[in-house]
Design a binder for this molecule. Sequence first.
Ligand SMILES: [Zn+2]
Length: 265
Amino acid sequence: MRIEQLGEGTPEVAVVAAIHGDEPCGVHAVERLLADDPETERPVKFIVANELALEREVRYVDEDLNRAFPGDPDADTHEGRLATDLAREVRDCTTLALHSTQSYGEPFAVTDEVGAVARTVCPHLPISELVDTQNDTDGRLIEYPHTVEVECGYQGSTEAAENAVELTRGFLRATGVLPAGESLPDEGADPVEVFRLDSRISKSPATEYEVFAENFERVEGGEAFAAADDRRLVADEPFYPILLSAYGYEDIFGYRSDRIGVLEG
Ligand SMILES: [Zn+2]
């Protein structure tokens, strides 16, 4: 785990990259911010979490770090031990965790509830959607208070790396690390749509998968939204798909959600 700091004192703000070793966008953002070395109004720490997985270009070495919290210093797995160290580093911090996906190109945020931190931070981020996981976060970093996860775009893409930089800058302005001025004219003006995670869309064994629906766009009852070989999946009730993709996950297509409102900037 690599830890860097901008500003003097004990940081109460943290940015975490490379919880997954095959998602380089966050590391790009950390490197950019450290290279920029901006004037800060309060200190911030940058953490590159799973350096070993990053070096090997794999999601994880022994187990998924984002299912391993709170971890154990004596765990048998690399990620089990790392989870304890990372949890200790972010314990007293308002934290942004940078991720990327195989299912959606636009950045969006994920929190375990729509609480004070989500309301304060999300309107300052260049996002249109916030996903509330409703505490269905077993072993994930966002089960810690004051943590916002962002999905920066497609894994390994240049856009995700650029989005990660803008998301990090927005987060640092929202938390008072960077001055609030100098912002984009429309920053904070666009409402953020809030979606509440509902259920997993399971995937039966097949050789070919397809999806017909768009993430965050309503699927109507009776509409076919995916297929496993020639078996089509039809919605019983309307829902909004999240992290929906043909091959992103082994056992699920993604998640159903409800649209529950908007956060005003
Ligand atoms: Zn990730």
